[in-house]
Design a protein around this ligand. Structure first.
Ligand SMILES: [Zn+2]
Length: 681
């Protein structure tokens, strides 16, 4: 570890340099005179500067305001010859006791610094002048050569500044460094001409050559350590972001990056090592870094504090304030250069601090780390501001590089805060997960049980189904067999039926044939006149049969009324008689036949006609009476009637030999004759 006590003088100006830059950029230059005015009344500047004695006993001396005087040249055109002339000597004035800040107050003016240096007696060494403000645009050091010229003392000059590439520097160091050739015992007056677009600081340090090297190495070593820590935190948290995908880490990395850029820009290391070729880029980074720092910190704090969810109204306000401040800062830096921008930082940072406090009170324990980190930086800034105000803390070793230390601690604390928050989050998540896991396990068990039951049910169902299927199959089989049997039986029945039908048809046919044969036979015999009365009375057994025969014979071609010729009739009271439906004339079956008005049984009469017709009238009357069991007279009379009819038929033009007896039977004339005879008689 390095010792602050040995480094305090050498390192403190670096810190003051950074603060000066911040103050300059933030408008601190504007507010400081006000504060100083409150601290005490300003005294008039009249005394000339003291001569600075360069002694090896004090290898590093701060060029405080007693040792130089200032001339402001608003035109910026005064040459050295004029400035160093006795006429202008009285215009230089020291700042000591005036309360004025040791920096460029009007960026359009050129400032001349005059200081006198004398080497202490002793061995000669090299001396160097270091300017701390890395933002001085152009600095020209006029050094007395010890020679004289017609205009007076001769001077040589060295030009450097932030407006020129790093390679043009007389000595390759992060700050502006001039070597001062001193002549033993003789004081020399030096002029430093400064020009800058921003209110840069006059702070400077006198270094002895032997003391400068360890001083420089210590500074680089310390800064190297500082950037090393910052870089490690940056990379570490970037990895954390990649692993955890927690956005706060990304904003944290951006914040650290912006902070590192600001420090690199302020201490000149960035210009020396990272962007040495471009003075413009150097200037741009110097302007942009604080704005970036504000934006990144605001994002980080918003994300870290979960402000959108916890403090939505304040979050909205902060977003507006930060955006507006950022825009105004950019506008101010690019166009206006008002010097009021300090307040533009103060307000958003203050709001963010308030938000952290609200979040802490609202139940976010990790917010206390944010409060702590911000308090650290604020405290460190307060030290620097107080020094800026003229309260000299130079001898306090702990203010040395306090801003760097504060930043490193802040970075560490913020990282720890993130880890703490993420751990709390993970703890909650783990707890929730464990609870969820328990629930899931329970659910799983219930499901398993359900699955087992379902499986059992399925098994039962399957078994039942199998049994049912077997049963159904068996039943189906049986039914099919029965069906087959029934079908077979049906087929057999059908076959039997058709056979029976055929047989019955055959039998019917046979019967029909038989009865026809019988009838034919009988009729044939009738025709053949071979009947005796016994047989004949089998054919026409009674009166009814005879009457039916006669009626059928008579009306074979339809009814025809004998009186009116009407052709429709109905049954009459007498068997087989017809009654005309029109004239009501009743015609018996015998009317109009040979048997009309016959006085003996009609069967005998019919047989008598048959016999006489069959024997062509040549039948003995006695024989007839005997056959018919009639009295001879009755028989004879009827025979006469039949014979007459036979004779008439034989005479008829359509008579055929051997024709049926029906023609004779239906002979009507006999009756007419008889009736006529009876009527006449
Ligand atoms: Zn009639």
């Amino acid at each position: 570890m390095f010792s602050f006590s040995t480094a305090r003088y050498r390192l403190a100006p670096q810190l003051a340099n950074i603060l000066a830059a911040w103050g300059r950029r933030a408008g601190l230059a504007w507010c400081l005179p006000l504060l100083l005015a409150l601290a005490g009344p300003a005294r008039a500047a009249a005394l000339p500067e003291d001569t600075l004695v360069a002694s090896p006993a004090r290898p590093a001396q701060y060029l405080n305001d007693r040792f130089y005087s200032v001339l402001e040249d608003p035109s910026g055109r005064l040459p050295l010859s004029q400035v160093s002339s006795p006429a202008y000597a009285g215009r230089f004035a020291t700042l000591a006791g005036t309360g004025l800040p040791p920096n460029i107050q009007h960026p359009r003016s050129t400032y001349w610094l005059r200081f006198t240096l004398r080497a202490a007696p002793g061995p000669a060494t090299d001396w160097y002048l270091e300017l701390y403000d890395s933002h001085i645009g152009a600095a020209t050091l006029y050094r007395p050569t010890g020679l004289t010229c017609p205009a007076g003392l001769a001077y040589d000059s060295v030009l450097t500044g932030a407006n020129y590439p790093f390679a043009t520097r007389p000595l390759p160091y992060k700050n502006f460094l001039f070597d001062l050739p001193l002549r033993q015992g003789q004081p020399g007056t030096y002029y430093l001409r400064l020009r800058s677009d921003t209110p840069t600081s006059f702070r400077a340090m006198l270094h002895s050559g032997p003391g400068l090297l360890p001083e420089m190495s210590l500074q680089y070593w310390l800064l190297g350590g500082f950037y090393g820590v910052v870089f490690l935190m940056l990379v570490y948290n970037l990895f954390l972001f990649f692993f955890l995908k927690e956005k706060s880490y990304l904003y944290y990395v951006l914040y650290v990056l912006a902070g590192a850029l600001l420090f690199l820009s302020e201490d000149g290391l960035g210009f020396q090592y990272l962007w040495p070729g471009s003075a413009l880029l150097n200037h741009f980074i110097g302007v942009a870094a604080p704005v970036l720092l504000l934006l990144a910190f605001a994002q980080y704090a918003r994300s870290f504090l979960d402000m959108a969810a916890r403090l939505p109204r304040l979050d909205r306000a902060i977003r507006w304030v930060v955006a507006l401040s950022g825009a105004l800062l950019v506008l101010d830096a690019a166009v206006i250069n008002s010097g009021f921008s300090f307040w533009l930082y103060l307000f958003p940072y203050g709001l963010l601090y308030y938000a952290a406090w609200r979040a802490y009170r609202g139940g976010l324990p990790s917010a206390r780390y944010l409060l702590l980190a911000q308090a650290l930086v604020a405290g460190s800034l307060a030290f620097l501001i107080s020094r800026k105000l003229g309260l000299e803390f130079y001898n306090n070793a702990y203010t040395v590089y306090s801003l760097n230390v504060a930043f490193v601690v802040e970075v560490a604390v913020l990282s720890y805060a993130l880890a703490d928050k993420v751990k709390a989050l993970m703890d909650t998540t783990l707890l929730t997960q464990r609870r969820l896991l328990k629930q899931l396990r329970k659910k799983q068990q219930a499901q398993n049980q359900l699955v087992i039951q379902l499986r059992e049910n399925q098994l039962l169902k399957d078994q039942l189904n199998t049994e049912l299927e077997a049963l159904v199959a068996r039943r189906t089989d049986e039914l099919r067999q029965q069906n087959d049997t029934i079908a077979t039986q049906n087929r057999e029945l059908l076959e039997t039926n058709s056979l029976l039908a055929l047989q019955s048809a055959a039998i019917e046919q046979l019967n029909r044939d038989l009865s026809r044969d019988l009838q034919d036979q009988k009729e044939a015999r009738l025709q053949a006149r071979e009947f005796d009365f016994g047989e004949f009375s089998q054919l026409y057994p009674d009166k009814d049969a005879c009457l039916r025969y006669l009626a059928d014979l008579k009306w074979a071609n339809g009814y025809h009324c004998r009186k009116c010729g009407h052709e429709k009739s109905c049954e009459a009271r007498e068997p087989f008689a017809r009654r005309c439906t029109r004239c009501r004339y009743v015609e018996s079956a015998t009317t109009g036949t040979l048997l009309q008005k016959c006085k003996f049984p009609i069967v005998k009469a019919l047989y008598a006609v048959f016999l006489l017709h069959a024997h062509r009238g040549r039948y003995a009357p006695a024989e007839l009476a005997r056959v018919l069991e009639l009295r001879p007279a009755t028989s004879w009379a009827f025979a006469q009637k039949v014979l007459a009819a036979l004779e008439r038929r034989r005479q008829a033009p359509d008579y055929e030999e051997g024709e049926a007896w029906t023609f004779v039977l239906l002979d009507d004339a006999a009756n007419a004759d008889l009736e006529t005879a009876l009527e006449t008689a």
